[in-house]
Ligand binder design. Structure first.
Ligand code: NAD
Ligand code: DAU
Length: 352
């Protein structure tokens, strides 16, 4: 038996593959285009395992996808592959439309062809799990209840609109063609291997380099943070126990303002890597121009996955963020290597 994991060299995909191979022997076929966000170094610790195969390629390449299905005869596909950064989608939406919409469509359609040719037993087992985001639901006011699976879709950024489109395609391939799909919509993840264009790793790195910690607008936007390994466990739970055609929200019950998050990072760094002059890293916080169309608040109601499938996060924000800061302190070589020319180019473009 094997599963295909797309976007396997990215932040969550690589954590998922590592977690999967640590916990069972089933083969993983890891597919990734290796865009700026994909990093094979994340998967180095498993590259010699006999039940791990890596293929570099695009989920939009139908011929390649068909070949992978034929060669590996998977019982499931877990689709992480996406352009994932809201700010990049504002500067250049094209890649988001190509991968998140067209790419998902092509992957779904190849999965459909493969599924149709399976025998009845294999059909019963087959799953296509699509990993999506809470951002498809739009933004909440401070008093709104958290997002449920029944909330209507109101995406506000090019990124979230492209993810919403992909979710609709997944739904349609189930209703029209009977493809056994599952969709998960998760809140903000954090943890090891997080590419430092996103708030938490960006601020850890900038703090250590003595640079400004850039907070958009007033820093009072709220996100619901989940430790990445808890997300990976949630996806595995949905893959094994989820009801075909259903959507499951995954979240950490950890709503924090961006300023609270950055304060927490600074306080941990003050403890774990104090500055020589006893200054606090908090002094590096700088408020900058807001993100266009910035969603004010996201919050996930994870009651369904908890009640129906028995999943709950294991980390609190306090335990997860401490592990994360420590990981970045312990993995300075990884940090140095991901700060390539392309990364510097992005910083200049977004923050100048
Ligand atoms: P990421 O940007 O770190 O990784 C994405 C990976 O996909 C990269 O390795 C990249 O090389 C690969 N990729 C991009 N285009 C591809 C293509 N056309 N074909 C094959 N591979 C391609 O993203 P992430 O944070 O790991 O997010 C993974 C998934 O989870 C995404 O679908 C994202 O929408 C979703 N998600 C992310 C979060 C979060 O907080 N990061 C929360 C909820 C949902
Ligand atoms: O909610 C889930 C989503 O979380 C995922 O679908 C996305 O793939 C993932 O990138 C993430 O999106 P966000 O836009 O919420 O993440 P980001 O880390 O970019 O920003 C988190 C918050 O911090 C957001 O309110 C914007 C703010 N921010 C971000 C950056 C990069 C800043 O204030 N300053 C910054 O420099």
């Amino acid at each position: 038996m094997s599963i295909i994991v797309t976007g396997a060299a990215g932040f969550i995909g690589s954590n998922f593959v590592l977690n999967w191979l640590n916990n069972n022997n089933e083969k993983v076929v890891a597919l990734d285009k290796l865009t700026y966000a994909g990093n094979l170094e994340n998967l180095k610790s498993v590259e010699t395992k006999p039940n791990y195969v890596f293929v570099q390629g695009d989920i939009g390449d139908s011929k390649l996808i068909a070949e992978i299905f034929q060669e590996h005869q998977p019982r499931a596909v877990v689709n992480f592959a996406a352009e994932s950064h809201v700010d990049r989608s504002i500067h250049g939406p094209d890649d988001f439309m190509q991968t998140n919409i067209i790419g998902t469509y092509r992957l779904l359609d190849e999965a459909r062809s493969f599924f149709n040719a399976l025998n009845e037993d294999a059909k019963k087992q087959f799953r296509f799990l699509h990993v999506s985001t809470d951002e498809v639901y739009g933004t909440l006011s401070s008093t709104d209840p958290a997002f449920k699976e029944t909330n209507q879709y109101e995406p506000n950024s090019p990124y979230s609109a492209s993810k919403a489109a992909s979710d609709h395609l997944v739904r349609a391939w189930h209703h029209t063609y009977g493809l056994p799909v599952l969709t998960t919509n998760c809140s903000n993840n954090y943890g090891p291997f997080h590419f430092p264009e996103k708030l938490i790793p960006l601020c850890i790195l900038k703090a250590l380099q003595g640079q400004d910690l850039p907070i958009y607008g007033d820093g009072q936007q709220i996100r619901d943070w989940l430790y990445v390994v808890d997300h990976c466990r949630g996806i595995t739970t949905v893959l094994e126990k989820g009801v075909v055609g259903e959507t499951y929200n995954i979240g950490g019950w950890n709503e924090k303002t961006n300023l609270e998050v950055v304060h927490a990072l600074c306080d941990l760094l003050d403890e774990l890597k104090p500055l020589d002059d006893a200054r606090s890293y908090r002094e590096q916080i700088t408020f900058i121009k807001d993100r266009p169309g910035h969603d004010r608040r996201y919050a996930i109601d994870a009651t369904k996955i908890s009640n129906e499938l028995g999943w709950k996060p294991e980390e609190t924000f306090e335990t997860g963020i401490r592990k994360t800061v420590q990981w970045y302190l312990d993995n300075q070589d990884w940090v140095t290597r991901v700060q390539s020319g392309e990364y510097q180019h992005w910083l200049n473009k977004n923050y100048s």
